[in-house]
Design a protein around this ligand. Structure first.
Ligand code: TRP
Length: 337
């Protein structure tokens, strides 16, 4: 059920990609090296790209649910700055695509409550949620996510490990729908996992906006320097790359290596006996150097909100055309015409 980038390269025209990011704040370097860079590569290969900004899904997170339009624009800004070309990619918010959301109803009929309760990613989110009770949306958003993927009949979904249970839900729903209504309406989408090792935050935990340990795409050079200067390291003078034994030091080595396009081993070797201070200087310089053009573009784009809105409007229009056609087909095979 997994496809590799090498397979895609052999025949890019076979694939339609859908993926997206919850609009819960600005995207960070973990997003960039984990998936954004890869999307731009897919786009350059000529793969058709759909990028959903799942604003309804973000309602599962109470902290960010109060300024959805603003957060969606920030995501568009990060996408465009990273190199997504709106001429070749359809960027849309799913709240603006009614027919996509309507697919949720037949899809919900195809999964059991027990299955919804078994999803390990949802279980984890419930365990870490600060909310006093579990909402119906929390339990069903993976089905909504199946609609995000299937409304445009995407067959390839670039995601991180944590999203694999959701992709399994989408695959199950696609198969069950086709079986129940005896029609090959939906493809069975496959995951495209990132080859890059995961970047940690500056405290050694998962890089996350809400933990204050993330270097965002749009951070300026001073802020980047400050965050890296404050990053957790260890006291061993000799720098090495050993993610198991020395996760924090190795993470800074990895960050510098990703930005420089070198191997982590090479970078560690070169910093050698320079200790944490030299490693931090190197990582700061590498990040600021690599992201300078992206940040310049981001600042230019940020100054023109009407352009951002026009990009979203055009994406929403294209997504609506797809969703309307798929919903019509779904209702037809269900006998609802
Ligand atoms: N759940 C994803 C996240 O938290 C966002 C998302 C919503 C998504 N719909 C999707 C990802 C469909 C891939 C495909 O980042």
């Amino acid at each position: 059920m997994q496809t590799s980038t090498a397979q895609v390269r052999q025949d890019p025209s076979r694939y339609r990609v859908l993926t997206g990011d919850r609009p819960t704040g600005p995207l960070h370097l973990g997003h960039y090296f984990g998936t954004l860079q890869n999307r731009v590569e897919l786009q350059q290969l000529g793969v058709e790209l759909f990028l959903v900004i799942p604003d309804y899904q973000a309602l599962t997170d109470r902290d960010t649910a109060d300024r959805p339009a603003e957060l969606a624009e920030e995501i568009v800004l990060d996408y465009l700055a990273a190199g997504v070309d709106p001429e070749h990619a359809t960027i849309f918010t799913h709240s603006a695509v009614p027919a996509l959301n309507q697919l949720l109803l037949p899809f919900l009929s195809l999964v059991s409550v027990a299955e919804l309760h078994r999803n390990p990613t949802v279980k984890d989110e419930i365990a870490h949620s600060r909310q006093s009770s579990v909402s119906g949306l929390m339990l069903t958003y993976p089905v909504h996510q199946a609609a995000d993927i299937l409304f445009c009949k995407a067959n390839l979904v670039p995601v991180g490990q944590d999203q694999l249970p959701h992709l399994e839900t989408a695959r199950t729903i696609a198969r069950r729908f086709n079986d129940r209504y005896g029609a090959a309406v939906f493809p069975t989408p496959e995951a495209l996992l990132s080859a890059a090792p995961m970047l940690l935050g500056t405290d050694g935990g998962k890089m996350s906006k809400s933990r204050g340990n993330a270097i965002t795409l749009g951070a300026d050079e001073d802020r980047t320097a400050r965050l890296i200067r404050g990053a957790k390291t260890d006291t061993e003078r000799r720098i090495g790359y050993d993610p198991e034994q020395r996760p924090e030091v190795s993470n800074l080595v990895l960050l510098a290596a990703l930005c420089e396009g070198r191997s982590p081993q090479e970078v560690a070797e070169e910093v050698g006996d320079g200790g944490s201070a030299a490693l931090k200087r190197r990582a700061t310089e590498a990040v600021n150097e690599y992201f300078r053009p992206i940040r310049t573009r981001r600042a230019e784009l940020a100054a023109d909100r009407s352009h951002l809105r026009a990009v979203l409007r055009a994406g929403n229009e294209r997504a609506n055309a797809e969703a309307d056609a798929t919903l019509a087909e779904v209702r037809e095979v269900m006998g609802m015409r």
